[in-house]
Design a protein around this ligand. Structure first.
Ligand code: NAD
Length: 460
């Protein structure tokens, strides 16, 4: 299985665990400090380049990723176990992210204010070197939705990928490198220790991963006085109102909960059904059982393995706990008898909303159905967790959609659409324990990767 020590990171294919994808030496704190110094020197060269040349460099980087799309897709399937359809989409999105931020280089970089005689302006300046600490589940899109704006707004970048996605990060940096000044962007393989060293060496930290690691990162950044942005876990509800289109809602929620084996921060993990839950629950069980579970390299597969043996054990432990506490397994609940870390998509009901299975992130193909007697109770249940990343409501009534979506404690609210899925040109981030610091993506990213200089110019 994938593993990481202080000295070495190893990533293996979750569908074929005997297939070692890569093994790399973990970057030491000295190596991290040296990479930060190199990036700092390269960053000065980068900001001195004409903006049109910087935009061109990022377009060249996008072209390099696009040219390697087939290879990157295959690597993503192999290393992360992501179904090939989703992997293809993620690589295409990565190219689009690079192109979008290439154009942002040429956007206005500040504004002017009324002034008594001279010029008063506020200008955005790069922070310096950004440290990016990323998870394994979107192994191309997340590193790039951080690196592209960091670079576009004039920063150097140190990327510390999750051990399980080391090969993808190394290949991406190899592809982007030739378009950029030497050392402006570098990848630092390693585990938590390398991540901690990155936080100590940079001018801003953007983290995505679990709540536990994110809390450590933001405290360490605060101690140094550098800005941090942390996007963390979710326990995302989908509320189904009595007037919802049952087939559409069931199919959408099944895919949002179980697609990519539920390993998206925005996956649906609780379904709150208003009124008698029997008809909807039966439709949801059917929709889950119709999902194609198999080797993620096969066309049409929606559910592959979970990332590691430990991740599979987490799902099976959650099932055992539900059973021993009187909950019901509606479908799934067991490992698949085949090579790789496969778990059958698992739906649960008859647990209390306060049960750990309905409160904490399992990060696998595991979802809980909760009944609610009223819309008000449904909103209370949806909001009754420490997380607040994504939420959805299914209804045919526009008024109800607007009313309910306005009351959900989530950074991302969908109506008649899956909780999963993000538009890279719109702000992205969560509420409560799911998120810390300014939003990512779209033009919102500029607020994090720049600081503002207010400049007054008077005639001599
Ligand atoms: P993780 O927290 O284990 O690791 C994330 C990254 O942090 C890795 O690179 C890891 O090596 C590093 N890290 C761990 N401890 C650290 C420390 N003390 N200091 C510095 N770096 C440290 O998460 P994961 O298993 O890679 O990813 C799954 C998690 O990510 C889930 O909780 C999921 O919800 C979350 N996630 C959130 C979003 C979002 O945008 N909100 C997106 C994808 C994944």
């Amino acid at each position: 299985m994938s593993s990481s020590t202080d000295h070495t990171v190893v990533s293996v294919s979750p569908q074929h665990p005997s297939d070692e994808v890569t093994r790399a030496a973990a970057a030491s704190p000295e190596q991290v400090r040296a990479a930060a110094e190199t990036a700092r020197a390269a960053q000065r060269e980068w900001v001195d380049m004409p903006p049109v040349s910087r935009a061109g460099a990022l377009h060249d980087a996008a072209g390099a990723v696009e040219g390697a799309a087939a290879e990157l897709t295959a690597l993503m399937v192999r290393e992360a176990g992501k179904p090939i359809g989703e992997s293809t989409g993620e690589v295409a999105r990565s190219v689009a992210i690079l192109r979008y931020y290439a154009q942002q280089v040429l956007d206005p970089d500040g504004e002017t204010y009324p002034s008594a005689g001279g010029l008063l302006m506020a200008r955005h300046r790069p922070r310096g070197v950004a440290g990016l600490i990323t998870p394994w589940n979107f192994p191309a899109a997340i590193p790039l939705w951080k690196a592209a704006p960091a670079l576009a707004y004039g920063n150097g970048v140190l990327l510390k990928p999750a051990p399980e996605a080391t090969a993808m990060a190394q290949r991406l940096v190899e592809l982007l490198g030739p378009a950029l000044p030497d050392g402006l962007l570098s990848v630092l393989p390693g585990g938590a220790g390398t991540g901690e060293a990155v936080v100590e060496a940079v001018d801003a930290v953007s983290f995505t991963g679990s709540v536990a690691a994110g809390e450590t990162v933001r405290v360490a950044a605060a101690r140094r006085g550098v800005p941090a942005q942390c996007e963390m876990g979710g326990q995302n509800p989908s509320i189904v109102l009595p007037d919802a289109d049952v087939r559409h809602a069931a199919a959408t929620i099944a895919s949002a909960a179980m697609g990519y084996a539920g390993q998206k921060c925005t996956a649906t993990s609780r379904v709150v059904v208003v009124g008698d839950p029997a008809e909807f629950t039966a439709a949801l069980v059917d929709a889950v059982e119709e999902l194609k579970v198999d080797d993620p390299a096969r066309a049409g597969v929606q559910v592959g393995p979970v990332i590691t043996e430990a991740a599979r054990a987490t799902v099976l432990d959650a099932v055992a706990r539900v059973r021993s506490d009187g909950g019901r397994v509606l479908t799934g609940g067991h490992a698949l008898d085949r090579e790789g870390f496969f778990v059958a998509p698992t739906l649960i009901d008859r647990v209390r909303p306060s049960h750990v299975a309905a409160q904490e992130e399992v990060f696998g193909p595991f979802c809980v159905v909760l009944p609610a007697g009223s819309v008000q109770e449904a909103v209370q249940l949806a909001n009754g967790v420490r997380y607040g990343l994504a939420a959805a409501v299914f209804t045919a009534d526009l008024g109800a959609a607007l009313e309910v979506s306005g009351r959900l404690d989530a950074g991302l609210v969908k109506v008649n659409a899956p909780t999963s899925g993000v538009d890279f040109y719109a702000p992205f981030g969560g509420e409560k324990s799911s998120s810390y610091g300014p939003r990512e993506q779209g033009k919102a990213a500029r607020d994090f990767y720049t600081s503002v200089h207010t400049v007054t110019v008077m005639s001599a």
